[in-house]
Design a protein around this ligand. Structure first.
Ligand SMILES: C[S@@+](CC[C@H](N)C(=O)[O-])C[C@H]1O[C@@H](n2cnc3c(N)ncnc32)[C@H](O)[C@@H]1O
Length: 269
């Protein structure tokens, strides 16, 4: 197992590669100054979940709060569907990427977007929303008390009849599937190797991203640890936080062992 400076112990082949690289490794979080462009390069323009969210939103009037908005993967199509959108995001580096995308967008679209740097587990905005969206399974970045704060904050910002749309992932275990998967990605001008490590029943999975080609000198390696939160657990938490769960939709599988679910909840009467 390799350990990267300031952090997480990384298991598997990713850990072995880290150990081999030793002190050449420059550790980064996937959403910090170094990691944010990597995240954006990998998935910032992917359309995963977009069609399903826009379909559900058609029946929900009012402006939209996009939580953990990142570089705007969901914000941009929400704006393009003519919604007023508030994009809330904790990382200043991700918000900078979103600002650049908005700057390059037509004024009619840009002018319907408000960006806010805040923590989704504890926020106060001076308005209510027809819908609050938390996509990309980003709820799994919060621990139990963070999720409690999230539910309270979301409830306080939903207009009457408003909906909370959130996605989560179920990971499938099998006796034969390896704990670690490796996928190669090509970004805009560089390649990446992405390792994901998860053993059946484990509470979290670890994602580690290396450059596909390792050059001389320092090597930037991005990591993130993501909880595995079942739809059943989230539905239970939502109900005990005063939500009624109205629907559950299976999303197309993003990976061989990943099964994503989109939940639609509203404040209980
Ligand atoms: C998986 S990315 C999703 C970004 C974007 N929604 C997308 O679909 O590409 C998760 C995002 O959550 C942000 N984040 C992490 N913790 C947060 C928190 N407590 N409050 C707000 N944003 C947070 C990260 O900085 C990152 O941009």
């Amino acid at each position: 197992m390799g350990t990267i400076p300031n952090g997480l112990a990384i298991p598997g082949r990713a850990g072995a590669l880290l150990a081999e690289l030793g002190d050449r490794v420059v550790r980064c979080d996937l959403y910090d100054e170094v990691g944010a462009p990597v995240y954006h390069d990998l998935v910032g323009k992917e359309t995963y979940e977009v069609r399903e969210l826009l379909t559900l939103l058609r029946a929900i009037p009012g402006s939209v709060l996009d939580l953990a908005a990142g570089s705007g993967r969901l914000t941009m199509p929400l704006l393009a569907s003519r919604r007023d959108v508030t994009a809330l995001e904790l990382s200043g580096s991700m918000l900078k990427l979103l600002a650049a995308r908005l700057d390059a967008a037509p004024a009619a679209l840009r002018n319907r977007c408000t960006t806010v740097q805040a923590d989704m587990s504890d926020f106060t905005l001076d308005r209510e929303f027809g819908a609050v969206v938390l996509g990309t399974t980003s709820i799994s970045l919060l621990n139990a008390s963070g999720r409690q704060g999230l539910y309270e904050s979301v409830r306080a910002h939903l207009a009457p009849g408003g909906r909370f749309l959130l996605s989560t992932v179920a990971l499938e275990s099998s006796d034969t599937a390896p704990a670690e998967t490796e996928v190669e990605f090509t970004g805009s001008d560089r390649g990446y190797r992405l390792f994901e490590y998860w053993t059946a029943g484990a509470e979290s999975r670890t994602v580690t991203i290396f450059p596909a080609v390792i050059e001389e000198g320092p090597v930037e390696v991005c990591t993130t640890s993501i909880r595995v939160l079942s739809a059943e657990l989230l539905e239970e938490e939502l109900r005990s936080s005063g939500f009624a769960v109205r629907s559950r939709h299976m999303l197309p599988d993003p990976g061989a062992r990943h099964h994503n679910v989109l939940l639609e909840a509203e404040a209980a009467a």
